[in-house]
Design a protein around this ligand. Structure first.
Ligand SMILES: O=C(O)c1ccccc1NCC(=O)[C@H](O)[C@H](O)COP(=O)(O)O
Length: 211
């Protein structure tokens, strides 16, 4: 089970979270969230261990802007939270790993994901929100059983210390990783190290049990 921590913005907090060795760390390049990285110095990301996939998160941004930020920050991965189409994803996939996020709701039509197959590396299933992400709310995980494509996915949306054990009971062949954000914070963009450490322990313990 891969672990992604999203929505980091403070240099000291980023270093402390990196020491826990998540598989992915997400940096949000979207001005309308309190988790926006703003003018985060590039050397903060350059100092991260190679094992951590540095993920730039974008919402309906231009290819030109995303390309510039990939170069500036050295993002290994882009995560797209807007209405980006398969052709847009394909352009980025030639350069970096692409995660395409979708907002889940009860009657979500999984057929709309089919055109993305081959043009993205992963899907990320988040809770639908007009803010495009960071809702802190879960969706009905039962609907994941309707997902039958062979693109692996991250589970996102309101994952918390209170539901992480329940997350571990989800069985799906494409369940690739979890995305931890607002329920593991002391304030927006500042992650709670104690809550994260405990969740990492549970997630890693479960991975060991599966072998
Ligand atoms: O977290 C945000 O504020 C955010 C805003 C706009 C687009 C994406 C955003 N976050 C991206 C993520 O991957 C979050 O982890 C995901 O939305 C789940 O957040 P949460 O429900 O708070 O766990």
């Amino acid at each position: 089970m891969k672990i992604k921590v999203c929505g980091l913005k403070d240099p000291e907090n980023i270093k402390a979270v990196a020491a826990l060795k998540p598989d992915y760390m997400g940096f949000i390049n979207y001005g309308l969230t309190p988790r926006f990285i703003g003018n985060l110095p590039v050397n903060v990301l350059q100092g991260l261990p190679q094992s951590i996939q540095k993920t730039g998160v974008f919402v309906n941004d231009s290819l030109e802007n995303i390309g510039g930020l990939i170069k500036e920050y050295g993002f290994d991965v882009v995560q797209l939270h807007g209405y980006e189409n398969p052709e847009f994803c394909e352009v980025l996939k030639k350069r970096v790993t692409v995660i395409k996020a979708f907002g889940m709701e009860e009657d979500f039509n999984f057929a709309q994901l089919e055109p993305y197959v081959g043009h993205v590396d992963y899907f990320l299933f988040d809770t639908k929100t007009p803010k495009h992400g960071g809702s802190g709310k879960t969706f009905n995980w039962q609907i994941l059983h309707k997902y039958t494509l062979d693109v692996p996915f991250f589970l996102s949306g309101g994952l918390s210390p209170d539901n992480i054990e329940q997350v571990l009971t989800i069985k799906h062949p494409q369940f690739y990783g979890v995305d931890l954000n607002s329920k593991f914070e002391t304030s927006p963009g500042i992650k709670d190290l104690e809550k994260l450490s405990k969740a990492f322990e549970l997630l890693r313990q479960s991975a060991t049990n599966e072998i």
